[in-house]
Design a protein. Structure first.
Length: 270
């Protein structure tokens, strides 16, 4: 599946967009059987939105992804390298404001200084180009560099990869730059919900990693507490559905080692 096609497909299948299409169909389709069918679509959309707003379906969906690779109880005594995946900055907003702009996944970026201090001899790579169809020339890597400079990080320790557009390219381009060797220990830093697909891809390209998940979106308290927050529920559901579709697509394309990758001896922290 091409990069552009994957973006278009997700736009059409995102839960919020699907419900909106159902609702619009219900509002504007008229006449006979079409009117009855459109009313059914509108009711289905309304019920779907109500369920997402009140019940923690988004949180449950997200939590399943996030707990696949739980945060490690301890870290390895020695680490040869640290891979930090992009998705933590807003390069388009940065181009407008002239200062580094981060997003909800900023923790991916913010853990770099701490891990660098913990492992002073480890090599570090930040991998992030542009995942935007409309602004392909605005890259994440320069924004990440500027953000780390602002907080006093020695960026001379960090390799910045700025051409990748998706997780598959993150793995390929980072591997080509860092040349990992058998027996080395590499940490992989990304959002917890993104970790299963990421680990599966890195395994598939021959680069075993130790998972270091960050950016928890669905803490346990959300799972058993009915709420009335449509925006939050829809956001969690959309993010998690995007990952499930990505897991399926990457498996069908032969880009991961399994449909729903799980920890093994290499990814579990000793």
């Amino acid at each position: 599946m091409s990069f552009a096609l994957s973006k278009i497909f997700w736009t059409l299948t995102a839960p919020g967009n699907l419900l909106l299409l159902f609702l619009l169909t219900g509002l504007f389709a008229t006449g006979g059987f079409r009117a009855r069918r459109s009313l059914l679509c509108a009711r289905a959309a309304a019920v779907g939105l109500a369920i997402i707003a009140v019940l923690p379906v988004g949180a449950w969906s997200m939590r399943t992804l996030e707990q696949r690779f739980p945060a490690p109880a301890s870290l390895p005594a020695h680490v040869d390298g640290i891979i930090v995946l992009g998705g933590s900055v807003d390069q388009v907003a940065t181009a407008e404001t002239g200062q580094p702009e981060v997003n909800a996944a900023a923790e991916r970026l913010m853990v770099i200084p701490d891990l660098a201090r913990r492992y002073p001899d480890a090599r570090i790579i930040f991998s992030g180009g542009s995942g935007e169809l409309r602004d392909p020339d605005e890259k994440e890597a320069p924004v990440a560099r500027a953000a780390l400079e602002e907080i006093g990080m020695d960026i001379g320790r960090v390799t910045f990869e700025g051409e990748s557009r998706n997780t598959w390219e993150n793995a390929l381009f980072s591997r080509d730059l860092m040349h990992p060797q058998p027996g080395q220990t590499w940490l992989l830093v990304t959002s917890a919900f993104h970790m299963p697909r990421s680990v599966g891809i890195f395994r598939h390209v021959g680069w075993p990693v130790v998972a270091y998940p960050v950016d928890i979106r669905a803490p346990k308290t959300l799972l058993y507490r009915p709420d009335f927050d449509l925006l939050r529920g829809l956001e969690l559901l959309s993010q998690s559905v995007h990952e499930y579709i990505g897991l399926l697509a990457y498996r069908l394309l032969g880009r991961t080692d399994s449909l729903f990758p799980a920890p093994d001896a290499a990814t579990k922290t000793p």
